[in-house]
Each structure stands twice: as C-alpha cells, then as structure tokens.
Write a protein that binds this ligand. Sequence first.
Ligand SMILES: [Mg+2]
Length: 272
Amino acid sequence: MTEYAGAIVDLDGTVWRGSELIDGARKGIEALREAGIEVVFVSNGTDIDRDAFDDQLAELGLPTDIEVITAASATAEYVADEHPDAEAFVVGQQPIAAELEAVGLTATDVRGTDDADNEGETANTGPADVVVAGREPDLSEDLLDDVLAAFDAETAFVATNTDRTHPTEGGEIIPGAGATVGAIQGMTGTEPTVVGKPESRMADTATESTGVDSAECLVIGDRLETDIEMGNDAGMTTVLVLTGASSEADIGEQGIEPDHVIDSLGEIGDVL
Ligand SMILES: [Mg+2]
C-alpha cells in the first residue's frame, strides 16, 4: 500500500519529448495506476488542444482516460469562476480562445478570425472585461496596438503562464508566454494574475480533478521552477525526473528542493 492517492504528472520532459515517448514513462504510469493512484497530466503548453493530446497519448500506447489539464484549460476555468459572463480578449494561440469558449465565455482572438483573407489584420476592438495572454508567436506593433485598446481602468489581466522560454520538438529554445505577458505588463503597467505552473491555481485545478488532498498527492516533473515549486508550495510530495529541463546540479543553484529525485518516470515505483 502506498500513502499516495493522487499524482500530478507533467508531460513535456517527463512523459514525452516532442513526439517521442521517454524511456520508462509507460512503465511509470502503469505503476502509478496499479498502486491505485489517480493520475492527472498537466502542461503549461497552450499550443495544442486537448483532443490532440489524447491522440498523442494513444499513439504512444499510453492510457487516454487520464485527464489532461493545460495552462489554457486551467485559465479558462479561472476566468469563468472569477469573471463570469466576461468578454475576453485573447492574445495567444488558438487553444486559449477555444478553452474559454468551451466554458461558455465570449472570446475574441487578437487576430480576429482564422480566415486566410484576413491574415495580417487584427481584431481592433475596444476595451474588454478581461485580457487573457499566453505565448503569442507573432507579437507585432499592430497586435500590441489592439491589446492597448483592449485595456481600460476596469480590465482584468490574466496570464496562462510566464514561462520565459519554450522548447520545440527539435530541441530549439523559443520565446515563451513570459515574452508576451511581459510586453503587455510593460506597456500597460498592469500586473497579471498568473494561472499556470508554479502558481497555486494550477495545483488547485489539478487537485479538484483528482479529488485528492494535497498532502496525499505526488507532483512528478522535470522542471524545478515550475513543477517542483508548485508542488512544494501546495504541500505535495515532489519528485524530480532527470529526463528534461533540470539537473541534480540545478537543485543547489536554484534552492528549490524536491522530496525525491529519480532518473526517469520508470523508477517511480521506488517512491511509492
Ligand atoms: Mg516539463
């Protein structure tokens, strides 16, 4: 018998790297579920919609009946709770607007429409109730003009996450949501409410999904400043895997201490 009832498992760098399964990941997920642990996947990504996650899980032979929470879906839930009936202005990738609409909110994408004829034109609307920002690959002055017009004194500013960079499938490092959010914060002087890892709102969304108390919950991830920091702050048991962003040497340097360090998710049995 294990003392844990739930596990929040990061995806990129923990379960997969790009479209490739990380060695031992399947075995690790099986070990968690065989121990009767409720598993939920979490990702700060806002670039893939959750149906596509299911396809990727299936392709890699992983169970598809595990809930996936992304920074986009957690942000949509947060906005629905805190700003019901809000009209949101979205700066970021398409899945953010899709998740907001899925919880019944009105979302205007900064690019207006997906219509190819409209390419290059932005939405150009007036003040919004809420501006929601995530990673936006095409920050331009036109786009920032529209974002500026979306703010008045009452506008709330919500960020999916503030990751400084984002790893691509090929291992390249590109600007993350922090670049978009920082530009808007610098331009408007408005501090965002941040939802994604390491913020407690992401942990709350995940524990609500598993129905498990934080004290009985594991957080397993590859990045100290997001996965491990979130779990430590929430009073969860944290497990760093060495298959992604952070190394053992980073632990001392960053001063963020996981409860356990394992080579890969495949060794999670040692912690249970
Ligand atoms: Mg990760």
